[in-house]
Design a protein around this ligand. Structure first.
Ligand SMILES: Nc1ncnc2c1ncn2[C@@H]1O[C@H](COP(=O)(O)OP(=O)(O)OP(=O)(O)O)[C@@H](O)[C@H]1O
Length: 242
């Protein structure tokens, strides 16, 4: 359900980590009800950008507006779901116990727990301790926690790493169902073949945006058959323009 409302708006975003500038003036909008892929090689700044949107990153300058408020505004709590690369659930609790805990913290009705367990396909492991789950199951448990309360914005840092192709497909279908229901999703990945599954793509390299377009338009403008090739073409063009 893509509409014209803007869920996230970034302008001239610069971030310093340690003594290095790692984002060098990034700008883009995320339309409400869309799935945007944030793609780029390891270390290019995807996590830093996601943390800036989630309001957790220090030393951010420029503008980061989220759901009409400055990133990090207290009123955004509960309206954003953020899944980090590390599992954010407790290993010594079961999946259901974790979700009960997070539902209580968020003030979400316990009835929502069943919905999110089914959404991430963990019904058969609902009563298993998280530290006895596989890596992919643990990341799905973290995703389930982020889905509690139906947040309007979901920022997901490499949610499909370590998942088999069937689960990856199922998760992308889930992302689109959530977007059809009005949620806005920003999903990072360094796997270029996930690009085709997104409504729009942000291609990053070395702390800069190389492109902000639909997958089809990106392939066409690069004259490429696949996203890997398109990415390389864009890098070459940028280098030639310097
Ligand atoms: N805590 C930190 N202190 C200083 N520099 C950091 C810190 N964390 C990350 N960086 C640097 O910031 C840059 C961007 O890192 P970031 O984690 O945002 O990249 P990424 O694209 O998410 O990488 P990956 O795909 O490997 O997760 C990197 O050069 C990294 O070395």
């Amino acid at each position: 359900m893509m509409n014209n409302a803007v869920a996230v708006s970034c302008r001239d975003v610069v971030v310093v980590r340690g003594d290095r500038e790692v984002l060098h003036g990034v700008g883009f909008d995320l339309k409400a009800g869309s799935v945007t892929g944030l793609l780029g090689p390891s270390g290019c700044g995807k996590t830093t950008l996601i943390r800036s949107i989630a309001g957790l990153q220090a030393k951010v300058t420029g503008t980061v507006q989220v759901l009409g408020l400055p990133a990090g505004a207290p009123k955004l709590r509960g309206r954003i779901g953020y899944v980090t690369q590390e599992p954010s659930v407790y290993g010594d609790l079961t999946v259901t116990e974790n979700l009960r805990f997070f539902a209580a913290v968020l003030g979400v009705a316990a009835a929502d727990i069943d919905r999110v367990i089914d959404a991430v396909d963990l019904r058969s492991h609902a009563d298993a301790r998280v530290d006895r789950l596989s890596g992919g199951q643990q990341s799905r448990a973290s995703l389930a926690a982020a889905l509690l309360g139906e947040p309007e914005l979901l920022v997901l840092d490499e949610p499909t790493v370590g998942l088999d192709p069937v689960l990856r497909r199922d998760l992308w279908e889930l992302f689109h169902r959530l977007a059809d229901g009005g949620a806005t999703l920003l999903v990072s990945s360094h796997v270029m073949d996930e690009a085709a599954r997104c409504d729009r793509l942000l291609l990053m390299r070395d702390g800069e945006l190389l492109a902000d377009d639909t997958p089809r338009a990106l392939l066409e403008s690069a004259g490429a058959d696949d996203m890997e090739q398109a990415f390389l073409t864009l890098i070459d063009r940028k280098a030639a323009a310097r």
